[in-house]
Design a protein around this ligand. Structure first.
Ligand code: ADP
Ligand code: MG
Length: 250
């Protein structure tokens, strides 16, 4: 297994946001996480990417215990993520966002990220080349020089993917990538996720759009009030009574 999570728990005061969740991420697949709002999905991603420290439990990436590693080191090891609301600099170009985002994620301090130290100067050329490469991959070459404020919501989602891909990750955590985009655009993002998997990137996907999940997920974990209530193939999840009651019922 590429990534294994053992009995992960995160408490915020009296609230248990993630409660004793174990989960294995299969390499080269789309591993989906679904569940109602407040179920703990984003918190789960924050624990894996190192933005939150778990209350208890263990996170193993490629056999290494990363439970206590800071976020930037996890990014360097090959774990990338997108956020539920895109974190982009609206007044910068798409290209600059990818370059800056890459630095912010992998640098250990802000000084390194913002100022051109000797080492960074050397890395800069590589970084720019990489940025063009990932922008082409996500289909944003044409708008590379546009300000983020002037591109569509769907293009912003693609830009967020590009930022994640710039670190050359082995695994990408996508937090509701299709939220706020129309059905046609959702299909485009769906294809992009499949393309990522075809290129050997493992995907962890949080999404409410069930048509997308059922189409591209290889396996699904269902969270409810912080607890894992089911895990299985799309077909198994669709027919699971507990899941239908808690989430799909509607
Ligand atoms: P989901 O992504 O499934 O909608 P979240 O992981 O965002 O759910 O939130 C799970 C629960 O944890 C919610 O009750 C939320 O209010 C709470 N929570 C998330 N982050 C924090 C935080 N930083 N501080 C306090 N409570 C939080
Ligand atoms: Mg969330």
């Amino acid at each position: 297994m590429l990534l294994e999570v053992h009995q992960l728990t995160k408490r915020f005061g009296g609230l248990v946001a993630v409660n004793d969740v174990s989960f294995s991420v299969e390499e080269g697949k789309v591993n989906a996480i679904i569940g109602p709002n407040g179920a703990g999905k984003s918190t789960f991603f924050n624990l894996i990417s190192g933005f939150y420290k778990p209350t208890s439990g263990q996170i193993i990436f490629k056999g290494q215990d990363i439970t206590r590693l800071p976020a930037n080191q996890r990014a360097k090891l090959g774990i990338a993520r997108t956020f539920q609301t895109t974190h982009l600099f609206e007044q910068s170009t798409v290209f600059d966002n990818v370059v800056i985002g890459h630095r912010l994620r992998t640098s250990s301090n802000l000084f390194d990220a913002v100022f051109r130290t000797k080492r960074l100067k050397r890395e800069e050329a590589e970084c720019k080349e990489k940025a063009m490469e990932v922008l082409e991959f996500v289909g944003l070459t044409d708008v590379a020089d546009k300000m983020v404020a002037n591109i569509s919501q769907e293009q912003k989602k693609r830009a967020a993917f590009a930022l994640a891909l710039a670190t050359e990750p082995e695994i990408v955590l996508l937090d509701e990538p299709a939220a706020g985009v129309n059905p046609d655009e959702t299909e485009g993002l769906e294809q992009l996720i499949v393309k990522m998997v075809d290129h050997g990137i493992t995907v962890c996907l949080i999404e409410h759009k069930m048509s997308m999940i059922m189409k591209i997920a290889h396996k699904i974990m269902v969270l409810n009030y912080g607890e894992k209530i089911a895990e299985g193939t799309p077909e198994e999840i669709q027919n699971n009574e507990t899941v239908i009651k808690a989430y799909l019922g509607g």
